[in-house]
Design a protein around this ligand. Structure first.
Ligand SMILES: *[C@@H]1O[C@H](CO)[C@@H](O)[C@H](O)[C@H]1NC(C)=O
Ligand SMILES: *[C@@H]1O[C@H](CO)[C@@H](O)[C@H](O)[C@H]1NC(C)=O
Ligand SMILES: *[C@@H]1O[C@H](CO)[C@@H](O)[C@H](O)[C@H]1NC(C)=O
Ligand SMILES: *[C@@H]1O[C@H](CO)[C@@H](O)[C@H](O)[C@H]1NC(C)=O
Length: 295
């Protein structure tokens, strides 16, 4: 029931997007808005160009990025993750201010951690500000993400960052009403996705190694949607006209009533790890942990 209410709300939001959106996957070609970062030969599109496959083998993985940068907006795509035995394999879908792991980057991450056949995938999210991350959360999913496409989205404005799975908010990261070192909101970001080998840490803390006999490992993507303020140097118009877009308006500054129900359900049932509860690691919890996602 609670889920259904949330879905209805999001359906309405979605209809709004559909009419105003800058681009939604179906009509645009990959090359209009994305480029391959490395190993072109591990990237493949379906015949109609609408489904993109990234593959990983013992030689290399693969990644792509948007050509444009954005500051604030709604970012969404459908993914179907590597099936079967994928322990050690990580599929990442993230936003970052730069190409590499620079010391002052801001970053918003979704990482999908593969597993042995039949064992559950986990998703890990993280937030970097000026090169500092260490803000991990891990969630279980309520479905098998390898069987079908599911939608993973990020809402980003100057009040909050929300990570959504099938439009259910799984993580809420709030800004404070004072200047701070934890909320990324000053620099525009590219959007990236990649697949790589992380068997030194990803699955059961690195105990489970990638089984290369099962390669290639393939993750599939479709329906990229970006409804956002596209960056132009030195400043795009949309940066100064705040609240003009739905993703920057009052209703997007807080969870809605229905989203709160969904979020409470996720909190109760699916959170495996939350850095804000890890007092062993942080005897003094990071400052942002005192901000309530419910406000
Ligand atoms: C996608 O690419 C087209 C063609 O280059 C461009 O006009 C459009 O602004 C891009 N859309 C986004 C959201 O970056
Ligand atoms: C990588 O896989 C190929 C094909 O399975 C195999 O021939 C090759 O020896 C492997 N290379 C390494 C470094 O494991
Ligand atoms: C970002 O971090 C660097 C150190 O990596 C530091 O020198 C700089 O002052 C920081 N910038 C801001 C705006 O906090
Ligand atoms: C993989 O499966 C094991 C066993 O069910 C579980 O403990 C673990 O959390 C799963 N995910 C990862 C990424 O290790």
């Amino acid at each position: 029931m609670e889920k259904r209410m949330g879905m209805i709300w999001w359906f309405l939001v979605y209809m709004g997007i559909a009419t105003t959106c800058c681009f939604a996957g179906p009509k645009s070609s990959f090359d209009d808005n994305f480029s391959i970062m490395w190993s072109e030969n591990h990237f493949k599109t379906s015949e109609d160009g609408q489904i993109w496959d990234l593959s990983l083998d013992n030689d290399t993985g693969c990644g792509f990025k948007t050509k444009q940068r954005y500051r604030f907006g709604w970012f969404s795509m459908k993914l179907k993750l590597v099936g079967g035995d994928s322990a050690g394999v990580v599929t990442a879908y993230y936003m970052c201010t730069e190409d590499g792991a620079g010391p002052t980057r801001d970053e918003l991450d979704f990482e999908f951690l593969g597993n042995r056949s039949g064992e559950p995938y986990l998703i890990q999210t993280n937030i970097y500000k000026n090169g500092t991350g260490n803000r991990e959360m891990r969630h279980q999913l309520w479905f098998d993400p390898t069987l079908d496409y599911h939608t993973y989205s990020i809402l980003w404005n100057s009040h909050q960052i929300i990570f959504f799975v099938d439009r259910v908010p799984v993580r809420v990261f709030k800004n404070a009403d004072y200047e701070n070192d934890f909320f990324p909101n000053q620099k525009p970001m590219y959007l990236f996705s990649s697949i790589w080998n992380a068997d030194d840490w990803a699955t059961r803390g690195g105990l489970e190694k990638t089984d290369w006999k099962k390669a290639p490992f393939v993750s599939s993507y479709k329906d990229f949607t970006v409804d956002a303020c596209q960056w132009k140097d030195p400043y795009p118009d949309c940066v100064s006209t705040t609240t003009e877009h739905w993703w920057d308006q009052y209703d997007a500054w807080h969870l809605t009533k229905d989203q709160k129900l969904d979020f409470a359900w996720v909190q109760r049932n699916l959170v495996i790890y939350d850095y804000c509860k890890d007092t062993k690691r942080f005897p003094k919890l990071p400052e942002e942990c005192s901000l309530s996602p419910w406000d």
